[in-house]
Design a protein around this ligand. Structure first.
Ligand code: IMP
Ligand code: MG
Length: 369
């Protein structure tokens, strides 16, 4: 993810995909023009990278020139196009291929057609690397289109947001929701997860989503998803991941203005971790980290036995059961640790010490996200 001025952008089209797209366009143009020597006309500023890469790939002799037009203000296309540099050579009788980085409303393209109206070129062909079909309001034919994209603002590969971003070798898309900090919180039983989650949600104004609580409240309130989940539980079956994800989605949507989310009790499997990534991606957001409280087994056993004396929870009273729960935890979370480590998102935090010391350690980690 990147930030330009006040806005956040997420990776959208890779260098590799851009490269393959340009190669395909070059092949199409070259196949159609055969031995004709075309004049490629780049539309500055945005097209400089596209033109450069395009003509380097072009397999036959060609000429290259530029015109310079300006239309965009911030992230919006405007009606009046400024002609900053017009044509500087006679193109009578030539085959001209316009190389555009992006065609949005088509206003710029209309101006290009005006520029060429009296030029008596043999043929005027339009090639654009990116095209927003939902935004395009003109009838001019687009002869070569690289990639159709949704009507969202992009930057990179020549395209800018108020001057920034042109230098990026790949393309990023504007995030429509504000930046959130989201992490999944892990810890073996007795690690102090609940206590710490409470402090963290206050400190960062995050929403704590505990899957267990979400389930219980959905079932208690007889929501459609709650009833669906219950129907599986009543049959003694596992609730399908999609049902859980749909519930989490509802929680996320309910708190659309949140600074972020602490996920607790989910994911538990690789498939769930992927589903959660996808959910966050749909929200134009992401999981920033898996934060795991690390506490030595013996410390956990002592803590839980201590808690058992006062809480009356039967599963906290028996040392054998406690050790089993801890072993289970490590068995289950090992795959998740690997999953998040592979993305460089695993953060282990020492969970031994007094509560405020541990909170401080967590805050250090979260501040860096
Ligand atoms: P149009 O005149 O609306 O078709 O827009 C064409 C020009 O607007 C392009 O040449 C770009 O300079 C700019 N533009 C359109 N969409 C975007 C975008 O998503 N990011 C950055 N610039 C854009
Ligand atoms: Mg342009």
């Amino acid at each position: 993810m990147i930030k330009l001025h006040d806005l956040h952008f997420k990776p959208f089209i890779s260098e590799k995909e851009i490269d393959a797209t340009i190669q395909r366009m070059v092949d199409e143009v070259a196949a159609q023009l055969k031995d004709e020597i075309p004049v490629f006309v780049g539309v500055l500023n945005g097209s400089f990278m596209f033109v450069s890469d395009f003509v380097k790939k072009y397999p036959k002799p060609c000429e290259v020139t530029f015109i310079k037009l300006a239309s965009y203000e911030g992230v919006k296309s405007t009606e009046d196009i400024e002609r900053l540099i017009g044509l500087t050579q006679d193109l009578t009788g030539r085959t001209v291929v316009i190389l555009e980085d992006i065609i949005d409303s088509g206003n710029t393209l209309a101006e290009i057609h005006r520029i060429f109206e009296n030029e008596n070129v043999k043929e005027l062909l339009i090639a654009t690397l990116f095209h927003k079909p939902e935004a395009y309001k003109k009838d001019f034919k687009l002869h070569y289109i690289g990639i159709d994209i949704p009507n969202k603002f992009i930057v990179g590969y020549g395209l800018d947001y108020d001057g920034l971003g042109r230098d990026l070798p790949e393309v990023y898309q504007l995030k429509t929701t504000q930046h959130m900090t989201n992490f999944v919180l892990f810890g073996p039983p007795g690690a102090g997860k609940g206590t710490q989650a409470n402090f963290l949600k206050e400190t960062y104004n995050l929403v704590h989503i505990s899957t267990g609580d979400v389930f219980r409240s959905n079932i208690k309130n007889k929501s459609a998803l709650g009833m669906l989940a219950k129907s599986f539980m009543d049959k003694g079956e596992l609730v399908p991941d999609q049902v859980t994800i749909d519930m989490l989605n509802a929680e996320v949507e309910k708190n659309a203005g949140a600074n972020g989310f602490i996920f607790d009790g989910f994911p538990r499997t690789n498939a769930q971790a992927k589903a959660l990534d996808q959910l966050m991606d749909e929200k134009d957001s992401q999981i920033d980290a898996m934060i795991a409280l690390e506490v030595d087994d013996e410390v956990l056993v002592q803590r839980l036995l201590g808690r058992g004396k006062t809480s009356g929870r039967p599963d906290d009273a028996d040392e054998r059961i406690i050790r089993n729960r801890i072993t289970e935890y490590y068995k289950k979370t090992a795959v998740l640790k690997e999953y998040y480590m592979a993305q460089d998102k695993y953060c282990g935090v020492d969970g031994v010490g007094n509560i405020s010391e541990i909170t401080e350690r967590l805050i250090k980690v979260i501040d860096k996200l």
